[in-house]
Design a protein around this ligand. Structure first.
Ligand SMILES: [Zn+2]
Length: 294
């Protein structure tokens, strides 16, 4: 049994994981944990009998047990979480790594791209149950003009600053305001986009087509370099957008590749367990990395 804690800007979860079985999930609310001491107390509370160790999967850049930089959890920046936890067997990993390894553990695809499309964009390349690189698909430059939107990373025109759910939300708000329309109070701007797309409202179909084109350009780089046969998606934006624009993404992708058939060879799946994959993957990462801890 491995204790796994995952977390980001919206709070933390802790669970005890054995293979693909997840026990006793406990959640905190956003803002309930505000410093490393509170996080360690949450992580180590009521550890199960005979547990092997602890794995944190957190949003941000992680190296050798230290959270180097986490825009979502700034109070973890520079914190040696493994040392603070004080338990010999502690692994600290990135949450996208956790999700990718959870997808692998659940489906065992030999070679695939794990892709999160939510407020931001995350991607991992997984082959033979190993993450090949900490890819940054969200920060591929997509718009090189000086007027391109500013990205959270400080650059302009990154894929995430145009295609991420936050960016699309701002775009919908601006688009609707210029047209003199009003988004109903109880509706998220992205849900309004979905609603208007489903009604064939031209601004919404145009905007979604541009989003599909942008995602196709991002994927064209990965497909051309890595020739994956499968993308496993997760994330709130993917869940709403892909049923509407998966075909459009594939059509645009076909037009961007040396051999259009590569686009047809690329399967799209959804994570079978989007709420648990990062917890399950945390346990896999613990097994893979525990030997590296001294
Ligand atoms: Zn960026």
């Amino acid at each position: 049994m491995i204790r796994v804690i995952d977390g980001g800007g919206n709070g933390f979860r802790r669970a005890d994981v054995d293979g693909i079985s997840v026990y006793d999930i406990k959640k905190t609310e956003k803002g309930e944990i505000n410093n490393p001491e509170e996080l360690v107390a949450f992580a180590t509370a009521s550890l199960p009998r005979g547990y092997e160790g602890i794995c944190y999967v957190v949003a941000g850049e992680v190296s050798h047990g230290v959270v180097v930089r986490s825009p979502q959890i700034p109070w973890l920046n520079g914190v040696d979480l493994a040392e603070r936890t004080g338990i010999m067997r502690t692994v600290v990993a990135n949450d996208m790594d956790g999700a990718a390894m959870g997808m692998w553990m659940l489906e065992h695809p030999v070679y695939f791209l794990a892709m999160t499309w939510s407020s931001g964009i995350g991607l991992r390349v997984v082959k033979g149950g190993q993450i090949l690189a900490s890819s940054e698909a969200g920060h591929i430059p997509l718009d090189l003009s000086p007027f391109a939107p500013l990205c959270g990373c400080g650059q302009r025109g990154c894929a995430e600053s145009i295609l991420g759910g936050e960016a699309v939300m701002r775009r919908v708000i601006a688009e609707v305001a210029v047209r003199g329309e009003v988004i109903p109070d109880n509706l998220h701007p992205c849900a309004f986009l979905d609603q208007e797309f489903d009604k064939d409202n031209p601004w919404a179909t145009d905007l979604y087509d541009r989003i599909a084109l942008g995602m196709a350009i991002v994927l064209a780089s990965y497909v051309s370099i890595l020739r994956p046969g499968l993308i496993i998606w997760k994330g709130s934006f993917a869940k709403a957008a892909l049923p509407r624009i998966a075909d459009s993404i594939r059509n645009h992708l076909r037009s961007k590749l040396m051999n259009p058939v590569w686009a047809d060879d690329l399967a799209f799946w959804f994570s079978p367990e989007p709420d648990r994959d990062s917890l399950i993957g945390g346990a896999v990462l613990f097994e893979q990395r525990k030997g590296l801890i001294i």
